[in-house]
Design a protein around this ligand. Structure first.
Ligand code: ADP
Length: 193
């Protein structure tokens, strides 16, 4: 099963990915997580990406396409994967098509979690409060200013990715405003399960 999960920041992609990982025994490939690991490890990519990510803007396409191009060739991704946070631009979507074509692979589905934009800031604030309460560390881009930039990047650069997949007849939309369990059920349904 090769899936793409689309949706704005705070749509619940991470939560639903974790459930899909358990159900299909395939890895979640989150470019956000991979980039944060690169920042943490101070690799050249991490050093380049840090300020961009902190601001809420998108890292250059060639950087994330390079990361994903390598990652999907790893052994654990042979039976499938869930892409979370990638592709985020139409150029990335086209690059993904090329990467998959070269390997003779194709996506099984692209699932978009649709969420009312007004709910997103509150979700982010709730996540920050819960993280702090449990003694965890808050992401540098989980603040109102960067969040605004992330939403703007989503609107201008990522929303066209939905249209790209819709145009190819691959997009399935799921209401991300329902409860976590209801969203999981709707994804199962969209995947024909
Ligand atoms: P979100 O909660 O906004 O979905 P992510 O963890 O997916 O956050 O991504 C955090 C940040 O990492 C983004 O704001 C962006 O700077 C960078 N990033 C992640 N994936 C991509 C991508 N596919 N293209 C460009 N930048 C990315």
């Amino acid at each position: 099963m090769r899936l793409v999960l689309l949706g704005p920041p705070g749509a619940g992609k991470g939560t639903q990915s974790a459930r899909l990982v358990a159900k299909y025994a395939i890895p979640q490939l989150s470019t956000g997580d991979m980039l944060r690991a690169a920042v943490q490890a101070r690799t050249p990519i991490g050093l380049e990406a840090k300020a961009i990510m902190d601001s809420g803007a998108l890292v250059p396409d060639d950087v994330v396409v390079g990361i994903i191009g390598q990652r999907i060739k790893e052994k654990d991704a042979a039976k499938g994967f869930i892409l979370d946070g990638f592709p985020r631009t139409v150029a990335q979507a086209r690059a993904l098509d090329e990467l998959l074509d070269k390997e003779g692979l194709r996506l099984d589905a692209v699932i978009e979690l649709s969420v009312d934009e007004n709910a997103l800031l509150a979700r982010m604030e709730k996540r920050v409060a819960e993280t702090l309460a449990s003694g965890g560390s808050v992401r540098a881009d989980d603040n109102p200013q960067s969040f605004k930039t992330r939403l703007e990047a989503y609107r201008t650069q990522t929303a066209p990715v939905s249209s790209y997949y819709a145009g190819k007849g691959e997009l399935k939309q799921v209401d991300g405003m329902e409860t976590v369990d209801a969203v999981t059920a709707a994804i199962d349904h969209a995947l024909g399960g």
